[in-house]
Write a protein that binds this ligand. Structure first.
Ligand SMILES: C[S@@+](CC[C@H](N)C(=O)[O-])C[C@H]1O[C@@H](n2cnc3c(N)ncnc32)[C@H](O)[C@@H]1O
Length: 268
């Protein structure tokens, strides 16, 4: 893997400790991870084999949600916070396939995602992509930097997929959502996924405890009721908050329930 040894990013990489973006990439079958990431990834898989289905179902949800937004909903601006390492069908690829003029801003705080960000910046000529190296908690910086690419007076799809689970304090997680959604106009959307110990996720207790002892950043699960509050003041689209694999599945799929909630809501 190209870790740009000697660069400022390389100093932040800390390859000896498993990092979420890299382990997520490992579970997705990617190639951007270190031995420490693979070891933790395998241990978690041993305790909670469904983690691989969770990672893949979460990405498939991203594809269907962005497809709906760029398609029938007519959204042309996306703010994808907690992007992850580039993989197949990143947000800009799905959106620009349907609407080449789509503009996408990616945000992550992982140094390896920053190193690989150029793979996220391959926009169509009609559209635009940008990358912001920031913590999700720093909504002021995110909005200021995003405004270089997005017109925040026009609808934006805010995407928080698999990231609020790394903000352990629920009030703080709620304030991130409020900070972002208050800054975008009526007609904007919130897409969100979040792990839970419900929906068959009970076996994840042990795996999450192991993660918190051996990897970074620390993670938490939330109940469906807690996750519903992230959508307060917004109109949930059908089918509401469900296992993300069951959110408008493709006709040819036979999806099974997984312990990752997902939903899409519109700001009235
Ligand atoms: C589980 S991955 C999800 C990636 C992608 N959204 C997806 O659904 O496939 C979570 C991502 O959130 C990023 N992340 C975690 N905590 C963060 C924070 N406080 N600020 C910004 N990004 C964060 C991680 O680096 C990682 O890339």
């Amino acid at each position: 893997m190209d870790d740009r040894s000697g660069s400022p990013e390389a100093a932040r990489l800390n390859p000896g400790v498993a990092h979420n973006a890299r382990v997520w990439n490992y579970w997705l079958g990617g190639k951007d991870h270190y031995p420490a990431d693979r070891e933790v990834g395998e241990r978690v898989f041993g305790m909670f084999p469904n983690i691989v289905h969770v990672a893949r179902a979460d990405r498939a949800f991203l594809g269907r949600v962005v497809g709906h937004l760029a398609g029938e909903a007519g959204v042309r601006q996306f703010l994808d916070v907690g992007t992850g390492l580039p993989t197949v069908d990143n947000t800009h690829e799905v959106a620009q396939r349907l609407a080449p003029e789509s503009r996408i801003v990616y945000v992550d705080n992982d140094p390896l995602v920053l190193v690989h960000a150029r793979a996220l910046l391959t926009s169509t000529p009609e559209g635009a992509t940008d990358y912001v190296d920031a913590d999700a908690r720093d909504t002021a910086t995110i909005l200021r930097e995003a405004a270089r690419t997005l017109d925040l007076t026009r609808p934006v799809a805010v995407m928080l997929l698999g990231i609020l689970n790394f903000v352990l304090d629920t009030e703080e997680a709620l304030s991130i959502v409020r900070g972002l959604m208050d800054a975008v106009p009526s007609g904007s959307y919130l897409a969100l996924t979040h792990p839970t110990l419900e929906l068959g996720g009970e076996a994840n207790v042990e795996a999450m405890r192991f993660w918190n002892e051996h990897a970074t950043p620390p993670i938490t699960a939330r109940t469906g009721e807690e996750i519903t509050h992230f959508f307060d003041g917004l109109d949930l689209l059908d089918p509401g908050l469900v296992s993300c694999s069951l959110w408008r599945p493709d006709l040819l799929e036979s999806p099974v329930q997984i312990s990752q909630y997902g939903a899409l809501a519109r700001k009235p």
